[in-house]
Design a protein around this ligand. Structure first.
Ligand code: GLN
Length: 512
């Protein structure tokens, strides 16, 4: 195969090319490494492990040569968000606090993907401790949107989105606490899915807000996201909120383990093809929440989203008006709960057990103070202070407790909507990607999370699917939100959409 074609292949196509002997894992990996080096200015990677990747690729080729039965991802190069701890590669969470940190173990998600045979090229840039929506909070480097390098890629999984959109690798891992998979996927024109809370293990995923954090895949197509998610997901006894049992699309129970989503998706596809192959979404009720289409959404994003809804109708879906009346409240609720949990989770970075420690200090308190002042960036400090405040005596009831109650009501609103629809659709981000450095006020950025926060607070699966381009030729994403465990349903819908649209196949012209 010609070298130029390799980076255009999806994960599924790379897997097929490997299976048929058209290419080798070493060839794919070397090509990806060359491309990562050529496009280093995009700032996608914080660490590249060329030697480790080539060794893993050679091992995959050897497995194949020995005739071992291999899964579809064996030998395919990917990369991990630097929020997942990795034994063989440094882990920083894009924070100075963890400069030089080496984990003694692999995150479960990393280990599961490794068991599926993937080759990890290295660690991807992100916002510090996954706090942010622009990748501007990375302590190490600016990440640039491949569609216009003067613009943000979104965040916090910005590097994960850049690497896929620039076709450095065909798939990456990300994490989503309040939108960090969906929003950068939308802003970079790629596909990403945040699973139901509890589907993927949080073990070894550096904690931000533990009641919200979820891992998920980012790739160009829904088909590739399905392959990755299928390998990443599963019950893990080392994560106290990991789910032992999930549901299939018809509501029947199944053990949470790798392979479940793939089988469920295959069953859905078969049923749809048998019923009416031309209208694979026949019978599906798509809820359109009026709060997602009101003021605050820019005209270009609205137009792209509406056009996508029309496409879903042509595929057989019925649109149903629904309401998520507490959508606006999700912003204050999230920006109380997430910092509260963060302030607690980040108390472990005390200069004693992990990472950075100030060089000079007079006593223990002074050591803590200087270590944390030096190690954390401004946004992380802001959130630790907000979190500490809302949890403090005298304020707890007014803020944290109140937010918890509203969180429950936001989840109830979704259940009311799901009485009349199967899936909810709307925009991911109210605008396309803004210019790097153009934000003057953190609250302005918090407001842009309005459409991703509700599903996070409810623990529901949410997906971003490329649905067109808006102002400045920048990509927009369609968000699909399912009820609990309906990931296969979302992936099936997205696949059907991607069979009749080519937004996900477009690539930035400057990066041929
Ligand atoms: N943008 C949101 C925040 O800043 C979401 C981040 C995330 O999902 N990790 O908290």
């Amino acid at each position: 195969m010609s070298a130029a074609a390799l980076h255009d292949l999806t994960l599924a196509q790379q897997g097929a090319a490997l299976a048929s002997g058209q290419t080798t894992s070493v060839a794919l990996t070397q090509h990806a490494l060359d491309r990562v080096a050529a496009h280093a200015a995009l700032g996608a990677f914080l660490h590249v492990d060329a030697a480790g990747a080539l060794a893993a690729a050679a091992a995959s080729d050897a497995r194949r040569a020995a005739g071992q039965p291999l899964g579809p991802l064996d030998g395919v190069p990917i990369a991990h968000k630097d929020i997942f701890v990795t034994q063989g590669q440094p882990t920083t969470a894009a924070s100075k606090m963890l400069a030089g940190y080496r984990s003694p173990f692999d995150a479960t998600v990393v280990a599961q993907l490794q068991a599926a045979g993937v080759v990890s090229l290295g660690k991807l840039n992100c916002d510090e401790f996954a706090m942010g929506g622009a990748n501007e909070n990375s302590a190490y480097s600016v990440a640039r949107n491949p569609w216009d390098t003067s613009r943000i890629p979104g965040g916090s999984s910005g590097g994960s989105a850049v690497a896929v959109a620039a076709r450095l690798v065909a798939g990456t891992t990300g994490t989503d606490t309040g939108g960090s998979i969906r929003q950068p996927a939308a802003l970079c024109g790629i596909t990403g899915i945040k699973p139901t809370y509890g589907r993927c293990s949080r073990y070894g995923m550096i904690a931000f807000a533990s009641s919200l954090d979820q891992a998920g895949p980012m790739a160009r197509s829904a088909e590739d996201c399905a392959l990755l998610l299928d390998a990443m997901s599963g019950f893990d006894p080392r994560d106290a909120t990991s789910a032992e049992t999930v549901q299939l699309h018809d509501g029947s129970p199944a053990a949470n383990q790798p392979g479940v989503i793939g089988k469920d998706l295959a069953a859905l596809k078969l049923a749809a093809d048998l019923a009416d192959a031309a209208r694979p979404l026949a019978g599906l009720r798509v809820g359109v929440p009026k709060e997602f289409f009101g003021e605050g959404v820019s005209a270009d994003v609205l137009a792209a989203t509406r056009a996508a809804l029309g496409q879903l109708q042509q595929l057989g879906a019925t649109l149903v008006d629904v309401s998520l009346p507490r959508t606006e409240l999700s912003i204050p609720v999230y920006y109380i709960i997430a910092p509260a949990e963060a302030s607690s989770n980040l108390s472990r970075y005390d200069g004693v057990k992990f990472g950075h420690r100030a060089a000079k200090y007079s006593d223990l308190n002074d050591m803590y103070r200087k270590t944390r002042a030096e190690g954390f960036g401004p946004e992380v400090k802001r959130r630790i202070m907000i979190g500490t405040y809302v949890l403090s005596h005298g304020y707890y009831d007014a803020y944290y407790l109140q937010a918890q109650k509203l969180r429950r009501m936001i989840a109830d609103d979704f259940q009311a909507a799901f009485q009349v629809c199967d899936v909810i659709a709307g925009p991911v981000s109210p605008t396309v990607a803004r210019a790097i450095g153009s934000s003057t006020d953190p609250v302005q950025d918090y407001l842009a999370d309005i459409f991703t926060l509700p599903a996070s607070l409810a623990g529901l699966p949410g997906m971003s699917v490329p649905c067109g381009f808006g102002e400045h030729g920048m990509p927009a994403g369609l968000q699909l939100i399912g009820n609990y465990w309906q990931e296969a349903r979302l992936l099936h819908m997205a696949q059907a959409f991607q069979q009749v649209t080519d937004w996900h196949q477009r690539a930035p012209a400057t990066l041929a």
